[in-house]
Ligand binder design. Structure first.
Ligand code: NAP
Length: 289
């Protein structure tokens, strides 16, 4: 129920029509007894981003999520940026503070919690990241911080993988990340199996019959394949992973947990694994409608 005390949260981005975030947050608010409503706010003109944030602040919004294309553009308008978000260079969650909004990035902690929930560990693992876009960069940072034993970043455009590796290696003060051209996977040792994080857009709806690497012999090297795509929920990459004998996971739990962490930041309410599982089922049902 919405009344005079309802606190407002929402999503700013463009477009925002297909978001599942209102389903996640409004369900959590109902389940945790918080008087909170979550709404989509399309900011169609990027020039008006500052106006949108000042408006949200003036109207006492509790918090906001930020999506494409504003995850980096929003930073200059913030009162403060969390250290991890500043390193990643992108924020997806704004929390109201006394002077303005503080920006966080819950995508990477979200991926980490999703992996924990799926029973996929990172510490001490040999990991391949496919892709070198914004998300791949943040994944590589997370893996370096969580002490993966070996991190290789493979990308069609080698220069982008090299740029990410050199930035993280400088930050970490060691050769934590090794850049490779995508097709160089053939040089990886046979018999060794990797945790592979698929962070390209290949295979995303409507291009569902494509995988970034199609050769089946690659998948003999995959112990677990984690696709960050969640539409569809069974990608060609996941199918090839299973055919090669590996476990396959989709990106929907990452989406769910980035939302859960944002909700925890706004409300101070800790979401149990039980409620996370209930929310997962609820949002899946909503997606089928
Ligand atoms: P991005 O910055 O646009 O990067 C795209 C990457 O895909 C680049 O490395 C690009 O390689 C590669 N790529 C595109 N087409 C390719 C092709 N035909 N063959 C080989 N490589 C190709 O994208 P992003 O923002 O990092 O997002 C990456 C993925 O993460 C997307 O699928 C997105 O849906 C997913 N994601 C999931 C969540 C979640 O909550 N689950 C959250 C955010 C993003 P080049 O550098 O060579 O162009």
């Amino acid at each position: 129920m919405v009344d005079g005390r309802t606190r407002i949260c929402g999503l700013i981005g463009n477009p925002v029509e297909h978001t599942m975030s209102p389903a996640i947050h409004n369900f959590l608010a109902g389940q945790t007894g918080q008087n909170l409503a979550y709404l989509p706010f399309p900011v169609k003109d990027g020039e008006k981003l500052g106006d949108a944030l000042r408006g949200a602040l003036s109207m006492d919004f509790l918090g906001l999520n930020v999506t494409v294309p504003y995850k980096s553009d929003v930073i200059p308008y913030l009162e403060e940026t969390d250290e991890l978000a500043a390193q990643i260079g992108a924020v997806n969650t704004l929390v109201r503070t006394q002077g303005g909004f503080k920006g966080y990035n819950t995508d990477m902690p979200g991926l980490y919690r999703a992996m924990l929930s799926d029973g996929v560990s990172v510490e001490g693992e040999s990991v391949l990241i496919l892709g070198a876009g914004g998300v791949a960069r943040a994944v590589a940072m997370m893996l370096a911080k969580k002490n993966a034993a070996e991190i290789r970043i493979l990308n069609r455009t080698l220069e982008k993988a090299e740029a990410i590796a050199s930035e993280i290696n400088q930050l970490e003060g060691k050769e934590a990340v090794i850049p490779m051209e995508l097709s160089a996977w053939k040089e990886l040792p046979k018999g060794k199996r990797y945790l592979v994080i698929q962070a390209t857009k290949v295979g995303m709806y409507p291009d569902v019959n494509a995988a970034v690497i199609e050769e089946t012999s690659f998948y003999e090297r995959v112990k677990a394949g984690y696709d960050l795509i969640y539409n569809p929920m069974d990608t060609k990459f996941m199918q090839l992973t299973r055919q090669g004998g590996g476990e396959a996971y989709h990106g929907f739990k990452m989406l769910l947990y980035q939302g859960i962490i944002a909700y925890e930041l706004w409300t101070g309410v800790r979401i149990s694994e039980e409620l996370a599982a209930k929310t997962y089922q609820y949002v899946l049902e909503q997606m089928k409608k």
